[in-house]
Design a protein around this ligand. Structure first.
Ligand code: 13P
Ligand code: SF4
Length: 351
């Protein structure tokens, strides 16, 4: 059972960080849940990995490690615990399972999907490979295992440019995020084409291109516009704007900095601007504000990822109690996906 001291300690910690933003009765309830999750975690020899987008009370209470996709993949690869509970979305839990076939990997909600992962199938990748034979496939980590299995190498938002440059080939297929691909193309000076939008006859000879993209988008980051940035800058001329590379190339170009979720957090921690605006899932702004009370964070709080939002303390407790929902991947797919993930892990971050 929950011991009062543990719950009390948790309540004190969460109050210190969140008293200005979360009502007290909710902090008490969440402290109890978090204390019980942490007790069960020890009892079951489990590790909890939490993505930077988790809601503030969860983010600051139960994960053993928090981070971006690349950091959490690395932690998943290193753990010696029996159970991995992934407080993130399904493709992240799948990556943990790809790296740890012998461990039980749990996700607290089956509804935690991702619009990018849903935008492409393994058959789509096979068709691209038929149309562009011999061109290596770089696949964003925000995809399911069967898509990773068709790929040569994965990347995350923290190493996409480095991964593309590591291939040293004339052309790469880069899937499925059209905006991340556009941002990589911009940074590396490559010309990108989107074959599903172009008449088939124009390929592969008629255009000079080095990247082949796919029209997937993050339903959160596609919402930000250059007009949003202009409006904010008009009201707060001294604001520093950070954009995730899943935002459009125009939005990234109009911002002051672009990087993975962890790269953005570090940027805020290591600089001293009068105020910041993060163009990304809005819980992260709350998490950064709680950990850095001396920094002023502007909010665009209508922008919440409905998938990350599925992961709650209540569901995480139930996940540990019932050991649900377990991730399973067919062994042949897992082994082929592992090659792409491992190749990526051998390449460091670029930020
Ligand atoms: P990061 O790898 O930057 O944490 O991004 C993951 C994600 O899903 C962003 O929407
Ligand atoms: Fe997917 Fe976008 Fe949500 Fe990230 S924020 S999990 S890319 S839908």
């Amino acid at each position: 059972m929950i011991t009062d001291t543990t719950t009390e300690e948790m309540y004190e910690k969460l109050s210190r960080l969140l008293a200005d933003t979360v009502p007290d009765f909710e902090l008490r309830l969440k402290s109890e849940l978090a204390a019980e999750i942490n007790r069960l975690k020890l009892e079951k020899n489990a590790v909890i990995l939490g993505h930077n987008y988790m809601e503030p009370a969860l983010f600051h209470s139960i994960p053993d490690f928090v981070g971006d996709s690349l950091e959490l993949s690395r932690k998943a690869a290193e753990t010696d615990k029996d159970i991995i509970v992934f407080c993130g979305v399904k493709f992240m839990a799948e990556t943990a399972k790809i790296l740890n076939p012998g461990k039980k990997v749990l996700i607290p909600s089956l509804k935690a999907g991702c619009s990018l992962a849903a935008s492409i199938t393994a058959e789509d990748v096979r068709e691209l490979k038929r149309r562009f034979p011999g061109v290596p496939v770089v696949t964003y980590i925000n995809t399911y295992a069967d898509v990773k299995a068709e790929s040569d190498i994965c990347c995350t938002s923290s190493n996409a440019v480095k991964v593309v440059e590591s291939l040293k080939t004339d052309k790469v297929i880069f899937i499925p995020d059209e905006y991340l691909a556009g941002n990589v193309a911009r940074e590396t000076g490559k010309q990108i084409i989107f074959p599903t939008r172009e008449p088939r006859m124009r390929f592969p000879n008629e255009l000079d291109y080095q990247m082949i993209g796919w029209p997937g988008r993050c339903e959160v980051h596609e919402k930000f516009s250059v007009e949003d940035i202009q409006n904010v800058r008009k009201q707060f001329p001294d604001v520093v704007i950070l954009a995730h590379p899943e935002c459009s190339p125009e939005v990234v170009a109009a911002s002051d900095y672009s990087g993975s979720t962890t790269a953005m957090i570090r940027y805020v921690e290591q600089t001293n601007a009068p105020r910041y605006l993060l163009l990304t899932e809005c819980s992260m702004g709350d998490n950064v504000a709680a950990a850095n009370p001396d920094k002023e964070m502007l909010r665009l709080c209508s922008v919440r990822c409905p998938h990350m939002n599925q992961i709650t303390l209540e569901d995480t407790l139930e996940s540990l109690q019932k050991e649900q929902f377990e991730i399973f991947i067919e062994e042949d797919i897992r082994k082929r996906a592992l090659r792409s993930v491992q190749r990526m892990l051998e390449i460091g971050r670029e930020d």
